[in-house]
Every structure is written in C-alpha cells, then in structure tokens.
Design a protein around this ligand. Structure first.
Ligand code: 2HG
Ligand code: ZN
Length: 494
C-alpha cells in the first residue's frame, strides 16, 4: 500500500450530522512487544502494567469537576489522569520508550497509529469538562472529551463549539488540537490557532507545561501553545484545552444548490459573500461523481435535479426573519443569472441534517468504493477544480472515480481517486504529479489533515528548506530522545 493511499478496511470517521455516538467506550491501551534497540528489556512489560492500570476504572461520562475540588487537587479525577500522563511520559523518557499519543483515532494521515514499537498513550479516560463560563463562552476541558459530547454540553448552555467535523462522534478535542483540524465551521470561526486560548501539555521528559489560561489577550512573550497546535503529538502530549466557544446562532438555514459549471460555483461564492455577508457560515461544494457515490453506496437521494456541481450554503444568524429575507433575495439573484439551476432550502433541524449528510458522508461513500488515494490540498480558489479535471484526463480508465469536493470557502479541495485495488502504476501517475502541481500554484499539500505518517515526506513541497530545518531543531530541543510520536510529521533526516 502506497504512502498516500487509504486501506479501504481502515477505520472511517463516523457518519453524517445525524450520527449518534455509541456512548462511552472502554479503549485499550496497546503495548507492542518489541523494545527499542537500547531500551531496558524489562521496561516494556512494566510500562504495559503501568499503562494498563490506567484502564481499570470505569470510563467516565462527560461531567464537570466540582469547582471546590480544584482542577489538580490530588484525588480529583482530572489530577489523577493528568498525573498518569505525566508519569507515563517520565517513565517512557527514562527508559527510552517511544510513545504514540492517541485520541479518537479518526485522522486521515496515520498520525495516531504506531509504526513500529511505540506505546499507545490513549487520552480516552481524560474526558471531563473542567470549567465553562457562561459569559465569556470559554470552555476548559480534558483532552479526551469527544467533540460531539462537548458540542452537546455547550449547546445546552447556548453556545457552540467553534469546530465541527464528520468524525465528531468519536474524535477527541485533544486530537483535534494536536492535528489543527479544520472542518465545516472554519469559514466562520477560523482556525484552532485563533480559538484555542490555552493548553496543558506533558513534555517528552514528563514536565507539565501549564499554559492553560483562559485569556483573550495575553501578550507576554512567545505564544508557546501555538507550537503544539498541529504538531501531531511530536512535541508534547496535549492533556487539557481551553477554547473559546461562539454563542449558539438562533437561526440556521441551509441551501443546497445545483450549478451548471465550476465557473458558476465560483460566481455563486462571490455573490454569496456579497449578499449574505456576516451570516454566511459554510460554503461547501461537491461534484456530480460525489453525488453518484453517496447515492450508490449510502442510498442518499439528491434533493435537486442532476447537475455537474452542487453547493451547500449555511447561514447562521440571530434573527430568522432577517436571514430568510437575505437568503431568498440571494437565491432569486443566482437563479435569475443562471448561476444556479435548481435548489432547495432547509430551516428545520431534520432537513438541515439531511442536506449536510450529503456532503459529510462522501468520505464514507468513497471508502466503500474500493482502494482510495486521498489528497487534501489548499489552492487558489480559482484553480481549485483544474487539478481534478486534469487528473481525470491523465488517469483515464486506470481510476474508477476521480472526485473533487471540499471547503470551497476556505480554498480547500479534497481530491480522492478510487480504484478496484491498489496499483503501483496508478500511484506513480498520481505522485509526485499532484504535489508538483500544487507546489506550482504555491498551494499546500495538506490543508487540514496534517502530515502524520503518510504525508511526512511531501512536506518540502509546501515549506522551504529553512523552515524544515527550524522544525527539526524545535523537535530536537523539545524531544531530544525522539520518543514522541516518532516517524510522523517530519521527514526522516538524510
Ligand atoms: O476524506 C476526505 O478526503 C475528507 C474528509 C473531511 O476532511 C471532509 O471534509 O469531509
Ligand atoms: Zn475536510
């Protein structure tokens, strides 16, 4: 199996917005039985015992600490779990044991799975809300909280999480931050580099770096937390997160539209920004092949007539009447100008979820189509679909499907190619072509999925040698023994 290729049997993120989590689960901490070269031979079994002690207790439900207990009071569950992460990091550091931090294991690039002999350090038991402030909307929670449970928790208090992903039913907030996950609310609420206010991180030597502040403004020197956001567990293990939650919008509308060509998709986007302004919260697109795949593999039915492209527009605002008025004059305009040929609107939650499922479940449909070659690319929005058309012509019958979809509002294309089985010649036709094409547009070879194990060797297509060197130096400074998530993010040194 090639480096950018997804094994069709690999675990997939859970389905669309309607997905219900299966409730708290017991996660096993796996210990692979081969010590690293110079490690103490008895160390792994002892580490296994120490690690496994951590899964004995009943996995907790999402709950808030009693404020009187304090966050790190000895005996408080938060203190115990954080303490375990800290002790494990010390233990592993002393014995030169490699550690693979793991959250919900829903990543796309193999960042959360061990490569050789790493010990998996699961955050599953660190699943408590530490505090939530109803005026500021600042949530402080442990790393193992499941995104969907956090969403429910803050929504009950009239706020929302600033990020939303198809994998919300199983991904952990710590993993979201470690991978700097993008997702469906990025257009409106921006990157985790902006919404995360503080982090608690266990460093490679077991030191706890407590930068878990809840301040909107803090200009005291280097902003160290930024180093860990998107570093995929290679610089430290995130154990707690402080994050700013926006107020829950009172009115959410979704429009699902059919467009006759990609030029019209782009014009619809420009018009939409101009006419919907501050209420626009998502602008997603998918091509006709995506629609065929969700229909064929998942039985989902298109709500609009067959079109070469489809667009999903979400608005989130505070006055339903005002938003509906804006949306209908926008729709009238795009229909009159032939930018859109058919469309449907949803305001009730059930239909909103149904329309989102068409877009969110494309990944799931692709995984049922065979062997999937996945690319997550940032490009100038005007060129976003050229790569897909270009590849369709280049690959011809070698590929079963070449599809393009994604977060058009963020300039993020998800290019996926499917085939009956893995083929070295198909991979050879795709790589390095896709990466060279992207670099030619000054794009990014990983817009939101990170580099992990699968994409680490293509980093240089998007970063200059001096940046790579500085990254290697930071890694050596923070993790001199190279025990934190080795073989990930950075290419192997020559
Ligand atoms: O599977 C993919 O390529 C994309 C997954 C995810 O980022 C999405 O936006 O649906
Ligand atoms: Zn995405």
């Amino acid at each position: 199996m090639g480096p950018g290729v997804q094994d069709p049997r690999a675990r997939q993120p859970s389905g669309g917005r309607g997905h219900q989590p299966s409730g708290p689960q017991r996660r096993l901490l796996l210990v692979l039985p081969c010590p690293r070269g110079d490690a103490d031979p008895g160390a792994l079994p002892r580490a296994a015992a120490a690690l496994l002690r951590g899964v004995r207790g009943r996995p907790g439900r999402l709950r808030t600490h009693h404020p009187r207990q304090g966050r790190h009071r000895p005996g408080g569950a938060g203190g115990v779990q954080r303490g375990l992460a800290e002790n494990r990091a010390r233990y592993c550091h002393e014995r030169n044991l490699a550690v693979n931090p793991q959250g919900g294991n829903t990543g796309m690039v193999g960042g959360s799975v061990p490569v050789f002999d790493e010990i998996i350090l699961s955050t599953a038991l660190m699943n408590q809300v530490i505090s939530f402030h109803g005026v500021s909307g600042i949530l402080v929670c442990q790393a193992g909280c499941i995104l969907e449970e956090l969403s429910r928790y803050v929504e009950e208090r009239d706020f929302i999480m600033p990020l939303d992903l198809g994998a919300k039913g199983s991904c952990h907030i710590g993993g979201n931050v470690a991978t700097n996950a993008g997702g469906l609310r990025f257009l409106r609420y921006g990157s985790l580099h902006g919404t995360v206010l503080g982090l608690e991180v266990v460093l490679a030597d077991g030191t706890v770096l407590n930068c878990l502040t809840s301040l909107r403004k803090d200009n005291t020197g280097y902003d160290l937390k930024q180093l860990f956001i998107g570093s995929e567990g290679t610089l430290g293990v995130i154990t707690a997160v402080s994050i700013l939650c926006p107020p829950k919008p009172r009115a959410v509308n979704v429009a699902f539209l059919g467009c006759p060509g990609f030029a019209e998709v782009l014009q619809t986007f420009s018009t939409c920004k101009g006419m919907l302004g501050e209420i626009l919260s998502a602008f997603e697109f998918m091509d006709a092949e995506c629609m065929q795949l969700v229909g064929h593999h998942l039985g989902l039915v298109s709500p609009v007539q067959e079109s070469p492209f489809y667009v999903l527009i979400e608005t989130s605002g505070s006055r339903a009447g005002h938003d509906a008025e804006k949306l209908s004059s926008f729709l009238e305009h795009v229909l009159d100008f032939g930018l859109v040929t058919d469309g449907t609107l949803a305001t009730d939650q059930r239909r909103v979820k149904m329309l989102w499922a068409l877009r969110e479940r494309i990944t799931e449909a692709l995984s049922r189509d065979g062997c999937v070659y996945k690319y997550d690319i940032s490009l100038p929005v005007e060129r976003l679909y050229d790569l897909v058309s270009d590849l369709r012509a280049r690959l011809g019958p070698q590929a079963k499907h070449v599809v393009g979809y994604g977060h058009l509002g963020d300039g993020n294309l998800h290019l996926n190619v499917t085939a009956e089985a893995f083929s070295a010649s198909l991979l050879g036709a795709l790589e390095p072509y896709v990466y060279e094409w992207t670099a030619g547009q000054q794009g990014s070879v990983s817009a939101e999925h990170g580099l992990g194990f699968k994409k680490k060797d293509v980093l240089s297509y998007s970063k200059p040698p001096a940046a790579l060197q500085l990254m290697q130096q930071l890694k050596a400074l923070l993790d001199p023994k190279g025990i934190l998530n080795p073989y990930k993010t950075l290419p192997a040194r020559a």
